[in-house]
Design a protein around this ligand. Structure first.
Ligand code: UGA
Length: 449
């Protein structure tokens, strides 16, 4: 089957490469010529494990191609995926400008039946909007179906998530489109992937509900971690103790500096916004967002507390800047807000990230960027672990302690064990951990130890 994917950003490129790997003939389309020229040569600028190899393999085997010629790609395809960006506007609503542009292009060049599937995260009702736009611009009436086929890919493990998904969601209006979509995903029948076949609005809703629920789990455990710090309990044991209840589940209960990335913050806001437009004032989603913002502030206070209340004139070493490991993505990364707050309070910040430094340099030019974790620690008054890259899980702690001006580690990803760190002579601050040093936070009672 010939398909095309419009938009070669993160979602589009992973989708295109993975469908090619499933045996489809895929044309990926973008209007940025340099990007397409690079991709035609197999050069992938997105940091995603396994993606460059998958692109190169499928290019070589002739199932994947790249073009700026949307009309031609659409003409040759039975299914057209829309995977363009839907950035958040200042008021939190999704900006559908790029979706509208693509819908118009599809409508103008469509000559025979097509399935138009949205992959981008779009507000409930967008597929219908696409349908109307296509109808309005068609030169002659041609039959087509719109489908919502949301993605559930995590950055850093997107290929695995595509190849072995927990489920595939297809929202469609007609059985013909459903049959075509199922055929696209037919390799997944071998691994018994569940399919959720539903109407379009519900499929769009599933995506927002899934992300908001996951964000809620994180904000929930972060609040519990704050409470653990206040009363002297251990959040890891709490997460395990509740997570073993299969109704709750163990995943996404890891406390930290709050969720970031291009999805959760934007999608929680998006949900609040379109609920409001539908006349529904949500209670939980705004609280999830609020707790997430507070969490970043709390982490700044933790760092201050670890250093007797001030960072002014001190040097703080930072490990990790991306919003999570295995990506160079710094969008909405908690590390950025935390570093910016430290700089604003007069700290000198040294930082290292295995992938995100080029991006971070553009937004945080006043940071001293270092070649590795040890250079960060040299002479610093504290080291703050902000992203749990694997290489930060196995640091030579004795060496780190010797390099630091003061043996202070603020581990905001709870990578290390408090007992070990204490034994090694660190003042070790973590998030809701028993045995860690728990500095008092503003507005909170004196923590139990
Ligand atoms: C998220 C979802 O997990 C994907 O299913 C979804 O497809 C994607 O958004 C999207 O909508 O496109 P992603 O943003 O790549 O994926 O990253 P996650 O691995 O979900 O992590 C998001 C944030 O939550 C990170 O900042 C991470 O550090 C944080 N997190 C995650 C925690 O603080 N604790 C946890 O237990 C889990």
């Amino acid at each position: 089957m010939h398909i095309s994917v419009i938009g070669t950003g993160y979602v589009g490129l992973v989708t295109g490469a993975c469908f090619a790997e499933f045996g489809m003939y895929v044309t990926c389309v973008d209007n940025v010529e340099e990007k397409i020229a690079e991709l035609q040569e197999g050069r992938v600028s997105i940091h995603e494990p396994g993606l460059p190899e998958l692109v190169a393999k499928n290019l070589r085997e002739g199932r994947l191609s790249f073009t700026t010629d949307a009309a031609k790609a659409i003409e040759q395809s039975l299914v057209v995926f829309i995977a363009v960006g839907t950035p958040a506007r200042a008021d939190g609503a999704a900006d559908l400008r790029y979706i509208d542009e693509v819908a118009d292009t599809i409508g103008q060049c469509m000559q025979d039946y097509k399935v138009i599937a949205t992959k981008s995260t779009v507000p409930v009702g967008t597929a219908m909007r696409i349908k109307e736009r296509i109808r309005a611009v068609q030169r002659q009436p041609v039959a087509f179906s719109v489908v919502s086929n949301p993605e559930f890919l995590r950055e850093g493990s997107a290929i695995e998530d595509f190849m072995r998904p927990n489920r595939v969601v297809i929202g469609a209006e007609d059985p013909h489109a459903i049959a075509i979509m199922k055929e696209l995903y037919s390799p997944l029948y071998l691994i018994e992937t569940p399919f959720v076949i539903t109407d379009i609005l519900t499929a769009e809703m599933i995506k927002y509900a899934a992300n908001a629920f996951l964000a809620m789990k994180i904000s929930f455990i972060n609040e519990i971690a704050t409470l653990c710090d206040a009363v002297g309990a251990d959040v890891h044991d709490v997460a395990k103790g509740i997570g073993l209840d299969q109704r709750i589940g163990r995943k996404f209960l890891h406390p930290g500096p709050g969720y970031g990335g291009s999805c959760f913050p934007k999608d929680v806001q998006g949900l609040i916004h379109f609920a409001r437009e539908a006349g529904v004032e949500l209670e939980l989603a705004p609280a999830v967002d609020r707790v997430n913002r507070q969490q970043r502030q709390r982490m700044v206070h933790k760092i201050l507390g670890a250093l007797e209340g001030t960072v002014a004139g001190k040097t703080i070493g930072v490990l990790g800047l991306s919003f999570k490991p295995n990506t160079d993505d710094i969008r909405e990364s908690p590390a950025l807000d935390i570093v910016a707050a430290l700089l604003a309070q007069g700290a000198h910040v040294k930082a290292y990230d295995p992938a995100a430094m080029p991006a971070a340099r553009r937004v945080l030019p006043d940071v001293e960027y270092c070649p590795d974790a040890y250079a960060v620690c040299k002479g610093s008054d504290a080291v703050v672990l902000l992203t749990e890259w694997n290489q930060f899980r196995a640091l030579d702690l004795q060496r780190i302690r010797a390099l630091l001006a003061q043996p202070v580690m603020v581990d905001l990803r709870n990578v290390y064990e408090p007992e070990t760190m204490q034994r090694l002579g660190f003042r070790y601050v973590a998030v809701g951990r028993r045995g860690a040093f728990r500095p008092p936070l503003p507005g909170m009672p004196q923590p139990a130890t």
